[in-house]
Design a protein around this ligand. Structure first.
Ligand code: TYD
Ligand code: MG
Length: 461
């Protein structure tokens, strides 16, 4: 068992062992980490600056200042923002970078983090900010090559290749740039620690120092973090807690577009996304992602429904595809891409119990087109529509969008931002929608579904 809490009660001068993969803390060495299951990752950690000791026990030289409490109301300033000139990036971070804040961008190797950040750096430099781009991964020549490929080699970005935290901080303190980009946090090392670069100890210490620098100097800090095979930013959650915003840069295998997804943001909406397309000349903004996630082609196929979703603050239309086919297996297959598989099981059970549709002897495959990942419960009705359409082998009306949450009772529940969904559908040429009862009607012709029976009737026509 991780001992974080137990240990804080114990005398702190004993040794601490930390899993270098997930950051779990142990009182003694172990071959395998109980928390993440990795082998040979638990290592002795150098104690951090000695035990703090208890304030009341310490000989009191200074008594501590009395805090001045104040009220919640009062003068506040809007957070100033640095616009990068890249609308998708600015949107994903809630309207631009915030000075004196730290932003962590995670993603698989090769997804395009360095490319994105170089483009951001040049955009900021063009608009007059002093930008320091410090790479610990690539040599200056490599970065210059990329800059040339992106056509941004003329912008006044301050470029350096370095890994020593001491050198970097010394430089930053004299140069005082407005924006600092570190690619990546795993390559940095602090010479005060014996641990190797990339270990939890180093990553944590380096991130902490840099965040402290950002807060005190007013610079906006962008940290790149690599993602481990199970999708966490390596060296690990601790960094996520230190920074003000965490974003993941994601791509679907074999596709050119990339999604920058905010998972935490102290200055804006989490779940906001920015959409890009990787091209020969770098990342291009995709201003209208709905077009990306809607397949044109053959509309008269069964098993496809267009879901009117909301990603962050933006409506996005996406096609949900289902394939239901008779199975000879005792336990028929269920496979989902882009949606929650537990949610699919629930939906199938509800369709069975409340609408009498038997999926029990069918293999069921569900796919969200374009590689988008949907987490909204509002997608239930669209997924159910696709499933019914495939089961009945009857194409749905191709000019309709579908949205609504399905309850275990089989009732269709209202969802938020109905109007925005309908407007987006109208903008993209859809004629109507299947939506929960009570949906605003001005924008589009709405067919109301208050239970699954309504959906089944609509899909069966
Ligand atoms: P990179 O930014 O180096 O990824 P990361 O820093 O996340 O590891 O991007 C690498 C990939 O992007 C590489 O496979 C080549 C591709 N790429 C393009 O397709 N077009 C471009 O203009 C650039 C610069 C890279
Ligand atoms: Mg890189």
């Amino acid at each position: 068992m991780p001992l974080r809490s137990v240990q804080s009660k114990m005398a702190r001068n004993s040794e601490t062992y930390v899993c270098q993969s997930c950051g779990a803390v142990y009182g003694k060495w172990a071959g395998r980490c109980d928390a993440c299951g990795e082998w040979n990752t638990v290592e002795l950690e150098a104690s951090e600056a000695g035990p703090p000791g208890s304030l009341s026990a310490a000989p009191s030289k200074s008594k501590g200042k009395k805090l001045q409490f104040t009220s919640l109301a009062g003068a506040t300033e809007d957070v100033p923002r640095l616009l990068t000139g890249n609308a998708e990036f600015d949107r994903a971070c809630g309207g631009g970078l915030v000075p004196a804040s730290a932003l962590l961008i995670g993603g698989d190797p090769g997804v395009g983090k360095s490319t994105l950040l170089l483009q951001i750096a040049s955009g900021l430099a063009k608009s007059g900010s002093a930008v320091a781009y410090i790479s610990g991964e690539e040599a200056v020549a490599q970065i210059r090559l990329r800059a040339r490929r992106l056509g941004v080699e003329k912008t006044p970005v301050h470029l350096a290749s370095a890994t020593s935290l001491r050198d970097i901080l010394a430089t930053l303190k004299t140069e005082r740039p407005d924006v600092v980009i570190i690619d990546s946090i795993q390559t940095l090392w602090s010479d005060t620690l014996p641990a190797a670069p990339g270990t939890v100890t180093q990553v944590r210490a380096c991130a902490q120092e840099l965040v402290r620098y950002a807060k005190s100097s007013g610079a906006a800090l962008l940290l790149v973090g690599h993602v481990t095979k199970d999708g966490q930013i390596a060296g690990p959650r601790v960094v996520e807690h230190m920074v003000d915003a965490v974003m993941y840069f994601e791509s679907e295998q074999g596709r050119d577009f990339r999604i920058l997804r905010a998972v935490k943001n102290r200055f804006g909406a989490a779940h906001e996304i920015g959409v890009f397309e990787m091209s020969g000349g770098g990342l291009k903004e995709v201003a209208n992602p709905s077009q990306l996630f809607l397949t044109d082609g053959d509309r008269d196929v069964s098993g496809a429904a267009v879901f009117a979703g909301i990603e962050g603050t933006r409506p996005v239309l996406v096609e949900i595809q289902a394939l239901v086919s008779p199975s000879s297996l005792a336990a028929p297959r269920r496979a989902v891409v882009g949606w929650d598989s537990a949610r699919l099981s629930m939906l199938l059970a509800v369709l069975d119990a409340r609408a009498g549709l038997d999926f029990g002897r069918h293999d069921v495959f569900l796919n969200v087109a374009g590689g988008l990942r949907i987490a909204e419960p509002a997608a239930d009705l669209a997924a159910a529509a696709a499933l019914c359409s495939s089961l009945f082998d009857s194409p749905l009306p191709h000019d309709r969008v579908v949205f609504g949450e399905v309850a275990l009772s089989g009732a269709v529940r209202a969802v938020n931002q109905t109007e925005a969904r309908l407007k987006e559908a109208k903008k993209l040429g859809f004629a109507g929608a299947l939506a929960p009862a009570g949906a605003v009607r001005d924008a589009l012709k709405v067919t109301e579904a208050s239970t699954l029976a309504d959906l089944v009737a609509w899909a069966r026509r």
